[in-house]
Design a protein around this ligand. Sequence first.
Ligand code: BES
Ligand code: MN
Ligand code: ZN
Length: 499
Amino acid sequence: MRISVKAGAPEESKAALLAIAMGAGGGTVRRSTPDSLARLDRLLKGEIGRLLATRDFTGAQDETALFYPANGPKRVLLVGLGERDPIDGNAVRQAAALAARRATEVGARSLGFYLTPESADLDAELVARVVAEGAGQGSWTYEHLRSKRESKGDLNSVTIVTTRDQRLAAQRGRRVGAAVAAGQAFARDLQMRPGNECPPSELARQAKELGKRHGFKVTVKGKRQIENEGMNALLAVAQGSAQEPRFITLEYRGRGRSKAICLVGKGVTFDSGGISLKPALNMEEMKYDMSGAAAVLGTFECLGHLRPNINVVGLIPATENLPSATAVKPGDVVRTHSGKTVEIINTDAEGRLILCDALSYAKRFDPACIIDLATLTGAIVIALGDQATGLMGNDPALLQEIRDAGDLAGEPCWELPLWDGYRPQIKSDIADIKNVGGRSAGSITAGWFLKEFVDDHPWAHLDIAGTAYTDQNRPAMRRGPTGVGVRLLTQFILRRAAG
Ligand code: BES
Ligand code: MN
Ligand code: ZN
């Protein structure tokens, strides 16, 4: 998809679908056409004015009105930005996503997007960035495994309409937004792939290819090397599967010898639960258990496009979790990479096992900070649903930085406390620690388990089990994988690179 910026008026758009975003509330939508649309509306013989006068379109969030004027653009779509006052980048991103989704549904190959200046007083750079991100999000489809396409066709081009004096700022925003869109699409494609098509070896191949495409170092450890490293917790999870595990390291160097940000992503390409087998209902969703890995790889795709002045290391432990005669059993004890011993009470708590080896491995990079992303607990889905990612960590400043990045990126995080009082829940009768802490505070005890393996590096844990995919079709996001984490991490990294 080509995303470009064009200085000019909305009535000059040649797009197959011209989207016009307007807000409600704060007096932004009145019952008559705003000045910025006066010329366009004359061309449309007053259609916009009539939609506003009748209140058939009010500018409410996710509200749309599509019409086919006799003159001018082939299709015009009014999109509501909602009541928020002031309207922010997240509202505009969502409107752009909705517009792009409608465009793909009707089969329009080109989309023009115009934000009425009366609706929002936003920086042109931010607007262009979020429109590019939203357009990518809304037009994403996955048709690789169908014999016949379901959607009418891909959206090939998006044009962000801006003014002459804001063109350069918009160009800067477009560049970042297009990179983020590419990264997010990369992550969603990977998430969507079924477990049989994307085992650990394929995840590793994808990482290698990414490194080659953008020119950064990617190394992959196979089973033997994982054994030599002493990553026995990762091996324990993998031992029930015919597919061998991989340990993937990506190194983006944009700033010489300075300390790197370390990103760790859970890469369970299918989680059946192992011997502690999951119930059948919805088990197919567990192909998404590599969403943390997808977020890390998608972020590296962004880095490849944007080349910021900063160092970033990505670590991905990749494995399946299956039951078999060779599978790890409840009660088994393993010596992890860190040297600590773990009693495996429940083989379905496998994410923390593969992450603990990656977290202690991360120390050798002496990172500036460590951020892990994992579809770690069902408990976080109960607590926060698909509206927020669960956030935990050992460094208040880092957590604030992540919350800020998440808010700007439209990927909000909500902190859960890692208080000392929860620690006794993961005490083992036989080993240093056990891998489950009972039914209460399940997301927090999982966080506590991870914390045992990070020592004193600033560290944050993002539990994305509720946000990595959705089972409901939303106006701006289709049912399925969301690519969560890519926007947040890219924002976090760009902010650090600038500061
Ligand atoms: N991958 C799951 C967590 C999950 C649940 C992700 C629902 C997405 C949606 C994880 O490996 C898991 O099975 N966690 C267990 C831990 C329990 C056995 C302590 C859980 O949350 O039930
Ligand atoms: Mn599990
Ligand atoms: Zn899992």
